[in-house]
Write a protein that binds this ligand. Structure first.
Ligand code: CO
Length: 352
């Protein structure tokens, strides 16, 4: 039985990770969530910005709990096409200059997908100083194999064409998985599995796949306004720093340390009711968890908790190494424990 469950979760994560969904273009991810969750929901709808909502209408008197996972991933947008066919670009969301060079990218052109690579001039013609420095974004370009401006356009590349890292989801053994966009498709997986597991519960739950988180928590802002929840929980894939050359106090979280509970980040100071409930259920149900120890980053909770008169909110995340890069690494145990923690949280906070 256990194997089947693991596979089911991973099958969904794989579909979500491989899906194309840079900020503002989350339809494919929403479609996967819809296929997965529609039959479990009393109502499913998509709003004008593209946020998708799954309602589980429980019994009267229980608070309304909003679970939110963002569907978008960091990506690229074409800003200029050179005469010789190379594409200049800007990033959608935070991608640092030092991890872009040489990466494979997938662009969604007017006539279908385009495969490319992020290039720069070869090291052989660089000065020693140039070879040893991080190449700024301004000196990078996307090469889609076009001879010139016209051919790039004929292939379907335009100013405004969007793209993502081109990385296939891979099982790398021993419960570890490698893939792109675990931020936040890991959170989307937790959202889906937690929602499904509470199908017959008396609680009032709204699961939201939000848009444009990576551009500033934009979808969650309008989604929370519509849901008007009593409590909010953002589900994330968060950064991990259990890697060489990291000072102990900078190890924000660890792989296999359990779901990461935010106390403080750049946009939210977790409400004590939320924090205490998460800690309580984690301890009582013997679900391993860890606190985010470096108060950086931002999540949908930052937008949700400032909705209308305010919504007690927090964040639970799957620890993932190398987020906002081409590929992340995560472990199945953390995913499964995050699903458990979120499910138990909803039960515990749902008091009449
Ligand atoms: Co995220």
């Amino acid at each position: 039985m256990r194997v089947t469950t693991v596979l089911k979760e991973i099958e969904l994560l794989k579909k979500l990770s491989n899906a194309f969904g840079p900020s503002g273009n989350e339809e494919d991810v929403a479609e996967i969530l819809k296929t997965e969750l529609e039959e479990y929901a009393d109502e499913t709808r998509v709003d004008k910005l593209g946020n998708i909502f799954f309602y589980h209408n429980g019994k009267e008197g229980y608070p309304k709990v909003m679970l939110s996972a963002h569907m978008d991933e960091v990506g690229f947008i074409v800003t200029f096409i050179e005469e010789n066919g190379f594409l200049r670009f800007e990033t959608l969301g935070g991608i640092t200059n030092n991890i872009m060079l040489g990466q494979r990218v997938l662009l969604k052109g007017e006539k279908g997908y385009l495969k490319g690579i992020i290039g720069t001039k070869p090291p052989h013609i660089m000065t020693l100083e140039e070879q040893n420095k991080v190449i700024p974004k301004e000196d990078l370009f996307i090469d889609i194999g076009a001879d010139n401006f016209n051919q790039a356009q004929e292939k379907g590349a335009e100013v405004g064409t969007i793209g993502v890292f081109d990385v296939e989801f891979t099982d790398i053994g021993d419960g570890y998985f490698r893939g792109k966009a675990f931020d936040d498709r890991a959170g989307c997986t937790v959202l889906a599995e937690a929602f499904k597991s509470m199908k017959d519960s008396p609680y009032n739950i709204v699961a939201v796949g939000s848009v444009q988180e990576e551009l500033g928590l934009r979808g969650a802002r309008t989604a929370a306004w519509q849901v008007d929840p009593d409590y909010g929980l953002a589900l994330e894939g968060t950064f991990v720093a259990d890697v060489p050359n990291t000072r102990p106090d900078r190890v924000s979280s660890k792989i296999k340390g359990g779901p990461v509970i935010t106390i403080l980040d750049k946009t939210v100071f977790t409400h004590p009711v939320i924090l205490k409930t998460l800690i309580k259920v984690g301890r009582e149900e013997a679900i391993p968890f860890q606190f985010k120890k470096v108060p950086m980053g931002r999540t949908d909770a930052g937008a949700i908790h400032l909705t209308k008169a305010g919504v007690p909110s927090g964040t639970v995340a799957v620890p993932c190494r190398y987020i906002h890069g081409p590929a992340s690494i995560m472990h199945i145990d953390d995913l499964r424990n995050a699903i458990k923690l979120v499910t138990e949280f909803v039960k515990a906070i749902s008091v009449k």
